[in-house]
Design a protein around this ligand. Structure first.
Ligand SMILES: [Zn+2]
Length: 360
């Protein structure tokens, strides 16, 4: 079975390389916006535009009108037409809004095909640009297909797409586990093992809250506001790195040790938190948790079962099955009105999830 995975790696480019990146991003943005404007114009004239057709038109005039596109990789003015077509396909199928113009500072990225770069150890080599240092090695081995170089929070990244051929393994372990993702702890397992989240994360979260308040008090358009926004973006990035790292440890452990992993419907978890900030951060984490579990299970052979969103994992007694509707967000301990079971609320939920697998 073939799967495509991508790995996003922070870059450490030199000044000249940053200049090149910025120029390539500008070219990609210009080309996309040119294509979108032309698409609209042709549509209004009653024509039937396409990404492929627009690319041909652009190529016919680029030498005369936009000869600066030759200063960077050819992909910077080719791939945007494919992206534009995809954006319209998504719009036509109802899965996305009408395509919008790209803006500097928000859409800073460009694509490179695998014929124009290579990865050697901790370096990505691009013709005319030399080797750009990567902050970590590529995490997957397989056929390298493409890369997207992008900028966020004033840092540069490369996201490398790799095609991997894998044989789904059958896990030797027969163990079943229920996992309750939490806000207080990262996760509680049905084995009563608790995986605490990183302490640094909650410290950073408090700091982020302060920074965001201070940002909102800064005058619009001022230098101080710009600085404050930069600080917020940087901290956001650190938080997502810490979260990603702790999730990797958790998902590696789960797929290594268990043959069947039962998780809850992740939408429910998001609704349970009424703090906006921790909600945003945990939403991101839950999505990432599921993504990692799914791809790691492909090689470990673990089966992932996601509980139905109506499954009452929190309200049900894990001993006698009674439903306690009285339980609220504030209750840390589950108390069963029927059999008098007293149990940690997250552990109760994890055991209920586990029993779901046995029922399946
Ligand atoms: Zn009970």
């Amino acid at each position: 079975m073939e799967i495509m995975l991508s790995h996003k790696i922070k870059l450490d480019p030199k000044k000249k390389q940053i200049e090149y990146f910025s120029k390539a991003c500008g070219t990609a943005r210009f080309t996309y916006n040119w294509g979108l404007a032309e698409w609209k114009r042709q549509y209004e004239e009653g024509l039937n535009p396409s990404g492929f057709g627009l690319k041909k038109e652009f190529n016919a005039i680029k030498e005369e009108k936009f000869n600066w596109v030759y200063e960077v990789t050819k992909y910077a003015c080719q791939q945007p037409f494919i992206n534009l077509q995809t954006a319209f396909n998504n719009f036509f199928s109802g899965t996305a809004k009408y395509p919008q113009f790209k803006k500097k500072g928000i859409h800073d990225s460009f694509y490179i095909g695998n014929d124009q770069f290579s990865i050697i150890n901790k370096k990505v080599k691009i013709p005319k640009l030399g080797a750009v240092k990567m902050c970590e090695c590529l995490g997957f081995s397989g056929k390298i297909m493409s890369a997207v170089i992008s900028k966020a929070a004033n840092q540069w990244f490369v996201s490398v797409s790799v095609k991997m051929d894998i044989t789904p393994a059958t896990s030797e372990s027969q163990a079943v586990v229920g996992v309750d993702l939490g806000v207080k702890n990262l996760a509680t397992l049905s084995t009563s093992e608790i995986i605490e989240g990183s302490k640094a994360l909650s410290k950073h979260q408090n700091k982020l809250r302060h920074l965001q308040q201070s940002l909102s008090r800064k005058q619009k358009g001022s230098k101080n506001r710009y600085k404050a926004r930069h600080k917020v973006a940087k901290l956001h990035y650190r938080i997502s790195c810490i979260r990603q790292d702790e999730l990797h440890k958790l998902t590696t452990k789960l797929t290594r040790d268990y043959a069947v992993i039962v998780i809850e419907d992740l939408n429910v978890k998001g609704m349970m938190s009424n703090d906006k900030l921790s909600k945003a951060i945990s939403d991101m984490g839950f999505f990432e948790f599921k993504r990692q579990l799914n791809y790691k299970s492909l090689t470990s052979g673990s089966l992932i079962i996601e509980a139905d969103r109506w499954f009452p994992s929190t309200k049900k007694c894990s001993k006698c099955g009674e439903i306690n509707h009285e339980i609220t967000l504030a209750d840390r301990v589950y108390i069963c009105p029927k059999c008098n079971l007293r149990i940690d609320r997250d552990l109760n939920a994890a055991i209920n999830l586990k029993s779901l697998a046995i029922a399946v």
